[in-house]
Each structure stands twice: as structure tokens, then as C-alpha cells.
Design a protein around this ligand. Structure first.
Ligand code: NIG
Ligand code: FE
Length: 371
């Protein structure tokens, strides 16, 4: 329930085990929603940092069998239980930094069995952070399908009805990028996903603008993510379709990318910008607070815009805006007590944890969090 303190202990609808948490002097905000993560994977890729510092680009590393493909090699041998444990480890850190709901994509299996196992792990993980699962089989073309991306895409497309029937995913996503999947392939895959009854998302305009954003918007995708090199027609397409632009400022850092997405224009158009960590082995960022600071200092978003982008808009990007992202009657009681009296501190003081208490579904999960 949400309402005045007076008379609250006398209310007939008060839960019998209700406890009083004194938040005197501390700000209370909705739990952070992280609407774009690849949080189910094995291994790490810290070695690529040196390659990037020597000038290798993301696509250079990928085309030489590293990047996503390296993580695929490390992820494939794991069974559902081990994948579940890996995911839970990440969810623990995310929750300590205030994330109470997260989207998690598959995409490091790239075989029928392994992709289904990744999705099963998202569903099976026993964790207070609520998960939305996204099937991202078309994340990269695995080496055994080298030069045969059509055949691989066909295989991934053929899994969509089973994934829907078994309730393994809520959304389907594809990496529409030069050297990965073309807009035409993306159109076919996302159309099949829609036909199977799944929601859709697209990774678009991250490195090259191939038209993926216009395509996603035209298909009624729930979100289009990255959008670094989006132009006016892409933004107008998002405005017309209500597709949520999801920005990933930590990814820009990890790519040593100095450009920024067209945030100013997005805000002028009133687009509901959402922020996300993009947690993956290339962008090892669990903290929405870190992303929020980057959004302010690099993308020039105000603390107010940043808070909306990490709660109500982020919930919209995963289709949960009817019950997540707001402190309001009828919404899930996912909330954070901060250490300070105003949210502005979260973006202002970088690199420390401003969350004191995490409450998910009305239950206190963590309290007195230290830095
Ligand atoms: O969103 N761009 C594609 N996928 C991820 C990166 C995955 C990886 O490098 O392992 C992203 O940034
Ligand atoms: Fe991503």
C-alpha cells in the first residue's frame, strides 16, 4: 500500500508480518529496472582490454574468433544448473546496487540445446530479482556455420515456437550489425518471433546504421537498443511506434567510443529513454548506479531524467510498466532506501553504492548495505 503514515498500523489490510523501517532523512525510490543484460554466460574477457588498447575494434575481435565467440566456447559446456549459478552470482551483485528487476538475454550458446539451456537457467534461477527472459539466438554466427548465416538463422528461427510453447522467453532479439545479421535477416527473424507470440527487441545502430531501428519500430518492437549512430528518421520511427530507445553508456566506455547517441533530440521528441547496463563479458558492469552517473556526465541527462530512464521507462522497455518502476498503488513493492536524502547523490557521487536497503515484492532483501 502507498499512503500517509497516520493510521497505517490500524489498517485492516496490513500484512500480519508487516515491519516498520524508519527511513527518516533518506530518499526512497522505485527499485532500478535493468532492461538489457546478457547476464547468463561463463568466463570473463579481461584479456581483450589489452587488444582494444592496442587498437583492435569490437568487430576485429569478433571476426578473429574472440568476443562473443570466445564466451560461446566457455558457455557451451555448462549444464543448466551451472548456468543458473553463474546467473545468480551476477544477480546478487546487481541487487546490491539496487536492481530489483532485470531482462536477461540468451545468446552465448548458439546451438539448439545450449540456447534452450540458457533460457531454462533464466527461468530456473532462484533469486529475488525478477527476470524477463529474451531469446537472442541470433547474437553471432557460430564458427560451425561460418559463411552460412542463413542456415544458422533458420535454425534459430525454428526454435521460436518451442520457446513460446514452453514459456522459456518473453522476447526475441537479434544483433542487426555489419558482419553479423542484416536488416533483411532481422526482419524475417523478428516477424517469425511475433508470429510465434513473442515480444520483440533489436540491437541496432551500435556501430553502423543499417536501418535496424526503422525496421524494429515498423515491426512494433518493444525496444531498440544501443542507437549510437541513429539519425532523425530512426528517432521519428521510434516516436511513431512507441518503441523504447534503450541506451547503454557503459558499453560506449568499453568500446572506447567517444561519440554519444542523439540524446538531446530524443528528449526534444519526448522519447521515453531507458538506460541499461548491457552486462556481458565485454561490458562487465552490474551497477545501474554507474550507468546513471555516465548518463549524466557523458550523455548530459539530468538526475530526474536518469531516474525516470532507470525505473518507469526501463519497465516500459520490457513491457512491465503496469507494475514496475513506480511507487504507486497497485504496483509491485520494489523499492530502495538510499543513504542520502536525495536521489541526486546517486549520479553526483560516482563509483560508490548509494543503496542502503533493497525491498522486492514487499520483502526486505538487503539492509544496511555497505559501500
Ligand atoms: O549488446 N552487441 C552485441 N551484444 C553485446 C555484446 C556481447 C559480447 O561482446 O559478449 C552488446 O553489447
Ligand atoms: Fe546487448
Amino acid at each position: 500500500m502507498v499512503g500517509p503514515e497516520k493510521g497505517v498500523w490500524e489498517r485492516a489490510d496490513l500484512a500480519p508480518d508487516a515491519v516498520c523501517i524508519d527511513c527518516g532523512g533518506k530518499a526512497v525510490v522505485p527499485g532500478f529496472v535493468d532492461p538489457h543484460t546478457h547476464a547468463v554466460f561463463a568466463g570473463t574477457r579481461e584479456g581483450e582490454l589489452a587488444m582494444k588498447l592496442r587498437g583492435a575494434t569490437y568487430l576485429d575481435i569478433l571476426s578473429s574468433g574472440g568476443g562473443i565467440l570466445r564466451t560461446v566456447r566457455e558457455t557451451r559446456p555448462l549444464d543448466v544448473l551451472s548456468l543458473t549459478r553463474e546467473l545468480e552470482r551476477h544477480l546478487d551483485i546487481m541487487m546490491a546496487y539496487g536492481t530489483t528487476c532485470a531482462e536477461v538475454k540468451s545468446g552465448y550458446g548458439l546451438t539448439t540445446e545450449s540456447e534452450l539451456d540458457l533460457l531454462k537457467a533464466v527461468r530456473a534461477s532462484n533469486h529475488p530479482v525478477e527476470r524477463v527472459a529474451t531469446f537472442m539466438g541470433p547474437h553471432a554466427v557460430p564458427p560451425e556455420y561460418s559463411g552460412r548465416s542463413e542456415d544458422f538463422l533458420e535454425l534459430m528461427t525454428s526454435l521460436l515456437p518451442t520457446i513460446k510453447e514452453q514459456g522459456l522467453a518473453d522476447f526475441a532479439d537479434i544483433f542487426c550489425e555489419k558482419g553479423v545479421f542484416t536488416p533483411e535477416q532481422s526482419r524475417r527473424f523478428l516477424t517469425a518471433a511475433k508470429d510465434a507470440g513473442l515480444g520483440t527487441k533489436i540491437h541496432s545502430d551500435e556501430i553502423e546504421n543499417l536501418g535496424g531501428t526503422v525496421l524494429g519500430a515498423g515491426l512494433g518492437a518493444k525496444s531498440a537498443d544501443h542507437l549510437l549512430v541513429s539519425g532523425e528518421k530512426d528517432l521519428l520511427a521510434l516516436e511513431a511506434s512507441g518503441t523504447v530507445p534503450v541506451l547503454l553508456p557503459a558499453t560506449l566506455l568499453t568500446l572506447f567510443e567517444e561519440k554519444i547517441p542523439p540524446v538531446k533530440r530524443m528528449l526534444e521528441l519526448g522519447l521515453p529513454i531507458a538506460l541499461a547496463t548491457d552486462l556481458n563479458p565485454n561490458c562487465m558492469c552490474h551497477s545501474m548506479q554507474f550507468v546513471m552517473a555516465l548518463a549524466c556526465y557523458r550523455l548530459r541527462m539530468t538526475p530526474h531524467q536518469v531516474l525516470a530512464a532507470s525505473t518507469v521507462n526501463a519497465a516500459k522497455a520490457i513491457g512491465l510498466d503496469h507494475r514496475k518502476g513506480r511507487l504507486a498503488p497497485g504496483f509491485d513493492a520494489d523499492l530502495l532506501v538510499l543513504k542520502e536524502g536525495s536521489f541526486d547523490h546517486v549520479v553526483y557521487q560516482m563509483g560508490t553504492n548509494h543503496v542502503d536497503t533493497v525491498i522486492i515484492g514487499g520483502r526486505c532483501q538487503l539492509s544496511g548495505v555497505r559501500h
